[in-house]
Design a protein around this ligand. Structure first.
Ligand SMILES: Nc1ncnc2c1ncn2[C@@H]1O[C@H](COP(=O)(O)OP(=O)(O)OP(=O)(O)O)[C@@H](O)[C@H]1O
Ligand SMILES: O=P(O)(O)OC[C@@]1(O)O[C@H](CO)[C@@H](O)[C@@H]1O
Length: 301
């Protein structure tokens, strides 16, 4: 079974504006969409699209949390959220104007009691299962939360995927995550540099592997991705051409595609292709990728 954990789910409010985002006065949307998001939830949604079952864990609160939970369940996703008493699930604003901008909210106040409940759920995970820890840790929790979870589960044979940035990511490497997926900018930030060539990217990926990561998948938006697999082999893939509609969740879709591909064929080259097809299919869609679009793109890779 695959479990995803989203500490801070969100209703993504995607707004489209004609022209520039005005700094003063009222901006009026020309179109808008709502999506039930948060990184782990996006991973679970795309896994389901690919026919792979998962359970979405995390914290929800208030009327937005209730709406998100009901909406996800109505779409057929298995969820087992913890209900937090104080605050509300955030609404993240994604602005699509001539420039793109995002405003991500703070989220509810998760207590130590809520965390205990999460640990009880994590203790049910069995050897051979996969756990995806994805997204930012809310400011009410310690920044070593992922690290602590991995330390707690270290003796179990669980495949753990971490999609997080900077210290959050670096600090979990000693627990040998099965997969990490920084993008090329995040990878550069870790080493205080701007990465320009594939060679530079592969070298930094190798450093993360030396620090304990098993498979290092570096996504590069429209430039595709580079995978340094656990056997030390570098795979480079470009990405299909298409018209980008909304790239929110492209990275999460890539993680879902990679996992689905790996779990069905145990083949890293195929996993990278399915991850790329899923990531690009999401970038080319208003919401998350649809199965037929993923299949079509996969054929071109
Ligand atoms: N402009 C694009 N054109 C084609 N494919 C894209 C584009 N942007 C993203 N993708 C696909 O999605 C994958 C992941 O994208 P990206 O590197 O932007 O991840 P990310 O930074 O984690 O994204 P996000 O945080 O928006 O989810 C890419 O490797 C590619 O396959
Ligand atoms: O604030 P975080 O947890 O870092 O990111 C949250 C988020 O931006 O990530 C997803 C896209 O990857 C969106 O669904 C969501 O709004």
């Amino acid at each position: 079974m695959i479990y995803t954990v989203t500490f801070n789910p969100a209703i993504d409010y995607v707004v489209h504006l004609q022209g520039e985002l005005k700094q003063e006065g009222i901006n009026r949307n020309t179109a808008e969409e709502y999506q039930f998001g948060g990184k782990g939830i996006n991973v679970s949604n795309v896994l389901r699209t690919l026919g792979v079952e998962s359970e979405a864990l995390g914290f929800v609160a208030g009327f937005t949390g209730e709406g998100l939970e009901k909406g996800l369940q109505a779409s057929g996703l298995h969820t087992d959220f913890i209900h937090v008493a104080e605050g509300m699930t955030r609404i993240n604003v994604k602005i699509k104007a001539e420039q793109e901008a995002e405003i991500n909210g703070i989220g509810p106040n998760i207590t130590q009691e809520d965390m205990k409940q999460l640990y009880q759920k994590l203790d049910q995970i069995q050897a051979g299962d996969t756990l995806v820890l994805s997204g930012s840790i809310p400011s009410c929790l310690a920044s070593d939360t992922y690290e602590k979870i991995m330390a707690h589960l270290a003796d179990k044979d669980i495949r753990i995927v971490v999609d997080a940035t900077r210290d959050l990511l670096v600090n979990v490497l000693k627990y040998h995550p099965f997969l990490i997926k920084p993008n090329n900018h995040e990878l550069g930030e870790i080493f205080n540099t701007i990465l320009k060539t594939d060679e530079e990217i592969a070298n930094c990926a190798r450093k993360l592997q030396e620090m304990g990561g098993r498979n290092i998948l570096v996504s590069m938006a429209g430039d595709g991705a580079l995978l340094l697999d656990e056997n030390g082999e570098v795979h480079r893939i470009g990405c299909p051409k298409g018209s980008v509609q909304n790239s929110v969740g492209a990275g999460d879709s890539m993680v879902a595609g990679f996992l689905a591909g790996y779990l069905t064929k145990q083949d890293y080259s195929y996993a990278l292709k399915l991850g790329t097809a899923a990531g690009s299919a999401t970038a080319f869609s208003i919401g998350l990728a649809e199965k037929q679009d993923i299949d079509q793109l996969l054929e071109t890779l």
